[in-house]
Design a protein around this ligand. Structure first.
Ligand code: ASP
Length: 424
């Protein structure tokens, strides 16, 4: 069985077991819950995510130094950076617009207010301002940035280091050779760890099955389905169309190859933790060359959150309708702008999209307590939107690579390319 099939099997079995356990409803503190569900299973899920996270900083640093050193020699860095960031912002703006349009058709807030849902108290956390985010791209200390996992800072440092390497003749070439070798080794480790994915996602899905609040979802069904619908349209219609029109590539081939990162993103709710899987897939399965992938994918995982922006668009309309606020065209424009910028500041970890929603709501004067309304259904939506987030990162990387002639078409068209088989 190939890895994707094994991951799917792990997910299915895990979810089934989790739902069964929720249905059986063991008494609190029961031996089985304590040692199995919240013991072995919870630890298994955490371990898998930690193993992936462990790889993020070494992988980004090593791979991006190689990528930017090879680009540095061609002088393409500026153009490539501009194109990638431009496309990330564009896809996010499309995502919010789609979400707002769909929400205005479905009117999820109107049906919810009929059911007189009581919003639990929610104290909005302080969202970082855009200016702070931009200034903070430059680290005071690159080592601290690495130890704290500050991705934008690590990215900037790696790009600059690579550029300098490409300009220092023999010394640069010698060190680059070491980085090239390290890159192969770190990637190998990622491939080894990915083989644990079926077990990791099994554990994560058991936990989801046990804890998912079906009743909450039932109460907010219109909101839940609007977000899920917009995510599906974005993933299955917008991305394929963009890929086709911007690069002429077959979107089905792309989506099939991206199944592993999508599944890991869904299970982990973290595009940051999924980054090693995304980067490996985009390079070795889709065929984007290292010099584009090593820059575009980590950057995307950090600043590109189309799925999150979709949730924020629908949530804004939902909250406005629920509290009886009328939003005008200016407000919608403001939502598109803020949600797009908020996605830059959204950390690639579970649930942060909801914190950044406070910034969007604040801009158009909506009550922040509204976030309390939707918090109960956010867990599952977080999983779905994270899968969209990583698919978008890979899509932009592929489009940029194709436009720069940095896409290996042989790999792209080979269904077996980069597949994890046996003991990698
Ligand atoms: N969990 C999302 C991600 O990691 C961020 C969010 O929407 O909360 O991409």
């Amino acid at each position: 069985m190939n890895l994707t099939a094994r991951i799917l099997l792990g997910m299915g079995l895990g979810l089934l077991l989790g739902v069964l356990l929720q249905w059986i409803a063991l008494p609190e503190g029961h031996f089985f819950s304590r040692y199995f569900t919240y013991g072995v299973i919870e630890a298994g899920g955490d371990l898998f995510i930690k193993l992936l996270k462990m790889m993020v900083v070494p992988l980004v640093l090593v791979s991006l130094v190689c990528g930017s050193a090879s680009l540095g020699a061609t002088g393409k860095v500026g153009r490539l950076g501009g194109k990638t960031i431009g496309l990330y912002l564009m896809t996010t703006a499309i995502a919010v617009t789609l979400a707002l349009s769909l929400a205005l058709i479905v009117d999820p807030g109107l049906s919810a207010s009929d059911q007189a849902i009581e919003a639990p108290a929610y104290t909005a956390k302080q969202a970082p301002s855009i200016i702070d985010t931009l200034v903070n791209i430059v680290p005071d200390n690159p080592i601290a940035a690495m130890t704290e996992g500050k991705m934008l800072q690590v990215i900037l440092f790696a790009v600059l280091l690579g550029l300098a390497m490409s300009r220092t003749g023999e010394a640069g070439a010698r060190v680059l050779k070491v980085f090239d070798d390290l890159n192969v080794i770190v990637m190998k480790l990622v491939t080894m760890l990915i083989q644990l994915a079926p077990y990791g996602v099994f554990c994560l899905m058991v936990k989801l099955g046990v804890t998912v609040g079906w009743a909450e979802i039932g109460k907010l069904l219109a909101y839940f389905l609007t977000v899920a619908g917009a995510l599906a349209v974005h993933m299955l219609l917008v991305y394929p169309l963009l890929l086709k029109f911007l690069s002429g590539l077959n979107p089905i081939v792309y989506l099939r190859k991206m199944r592993e990162p999508m599944l890991v993103a869904f299970s982990s709710s973290s595009s940051g933790a999924t980054l090693p899987v995304t980067l490996r897939t985009v390079e070795h399965r889709v065929g984007v060359k290292n010099n584009v992938a090593s820059f575009a994918v980590p950057l995307g995982a950090t600043i590109n959150m189309d799925g999150t922006a979709i949730m924020q668009g629908v949530a804004t309309v939902f909250i406005a309708q629920f509290y009886g606020f009328a939003l005008g065209p200016d407000d919608f424009l403001m939502v598109v702008l803020t949600a797009t910028l908020a996605s830059i500041g959204t950390a690639a970890v579970p649930g942060v999209g909801l914190i950044m929603l406070a910034m969007v709501l604040g801009q158009v004067g909506l009550p922040l307590e509204g976030i309390g309304l939707i918090i109960g259904v956010d867990r599952l939506l977080d999983m779905m939107r994270t899968a969209v987030n990583v698919t978008g990162d890979g899509m932009v990387a592929t489009v940029v690579a194709k436009s720069e002639d940095e896409l290996d078409m042989e790999i792209f068209h080979d269904p077996e390319a980069g597949r994890v088989v046996g003991n990698a």
